[in-house]
Design a protein around this ligand. Structure first.
Ligand SMILES: Nc1ncnc2c1ncn2[C@@H]1O[C@H](COP(=O)(O)OP(=O)(O)OP(=O)(O)O)[C@@H](O)[C@H]1O
Length: 280
């Protein structure tokens, strides 16, 4: 496990200090160039509106996302999970602070370069599977690469298809697949271009527990066998237990983290948050 510093406010787990940070560090230190860190944010602030009606969705967040690891982001509704994920993925602008994906500081990129970085380096899996109904599973998997004019690496694609267990379903269209199979197509699509990092927003939110477990198992395998980096927002302690590390957000701050979570330890931590109250 990498050395890390962790400080948080108000909660009994990590008492006392005023800044929140979840920094898996410092293997190289400095800016965004670490090979051990797939993405990092420093003093990230995201505010919506201003004055009385303004909301600070992210409040000076420092975080490192370890490369080749599976990170889950948890926290109560409105705590800033989706906002953090969208900012890290370059889908949303920030109010202040800096974000690096790999060695690139994305917070200073103009639209065109940011779009290209997202296309070439970041994969997404959403709660809605977002497959095109008229295309086969195979066509859906390679669609983003086809649009980008990038030739898929066949050997890699075969490995991905094998990893997510879709071998016999490649010629089926989405309507001919179960929800779990459709999400596996979406997982394969995210993996196909070998992105540096994959972001999942409640990727099993629309699945029953069995299909969800399958998809989570495939995400886990893609980390273990393909060295993929995954960041997943979830409300579900069972889903979080597939991760290597859980980050807890409350009121726009990272207030705690847990390594090697189990469903029980995550649930206990969530209950403790409820008992001791939320941050501020
Ligand atoms: N476009 C927006 N305009 C104004 N406020 C927003 C906007 N998007 C999010 N917020 C606010 O920012 C805060 C964080 O929202 P966010 O969606 O990141 O939370 P979340 O933890 O993902 O919640 P949930 O678990 O309910 O999806 C909330 O107070 C929310 O109301």
């Amino acid at each position: 496990m990498p050395e890390r510093t962790f400080r948080s406010t108000h909660l009994p787990f990590n008492q006392g200090v005023t800044v929140t940070t979840a920094v898996a560090n410092p293997l190289t230190g400095g800016g965004g160039e670490s090979t051990a860190v797939a993405a990092r944010a420093r003093q990230l602030v995201k505010a919506y509106g201003s004055g009385e009606t303004g909301v600070v969705a992210l409040d000076r967040v420092d975080v490192d996302i370890a490369r080749g690891a599976f990170t889950a982001i948890m926290g109560p509704s409105g705590s800033g999970k989706s906002t953090l994920m969208h900012c890290l993925a370059g889908l949303d602008s920030v109010s202040s602070g800096q974000i690096w994906v790999g060695g690139t500081e994305i917070t200073s990129l103009k639209d065109k370069k940011l779009t290209r970085l997202r296309r070439d380096h970041i994969g997404f899996i959403f709660q809605a599977f977002n497959l095109l109904p008229t295309l086969t599973a195979a066509e859906n998997i390679t669609l983003p690469m086809d649009i980008a004019g990038v030739k898929p690496d066949r050997a890699w694609l075969d490995q991905v298809v094998q990893t997510v267990g879709l071998g016999g379903r490649l010629r089926h269209r989405p309507a001919q697949l179960s929800g779990g199979q459709q999400q596996r197509v979406a997982v394969a699509r995210a993996l196909a271009s070998r992105p540096d990092i994959i972001f999942g927003d409640e990727p099993t939110g629309n699945l029953d527990s069995r299909a969800g477990a399958e998809v989570l198992g495939f995400l886990r395998r893609s980390v273990d066998e393909l060295s993929q980096t995954i960041v997943m927002v979830t409300h579900d302690p069972v889903a979080a237990s597939y991760a290597d590390r859980v980050l807890y957000l409350a009121d726009g701050r990272i207030v705690d983290e847990m390594w090697r979570p189990t469903a029980e330890t995550v649930l206990d931590r969530m209950k403790a948050f409820d008992t001791f109250g939320r941050v501020s």
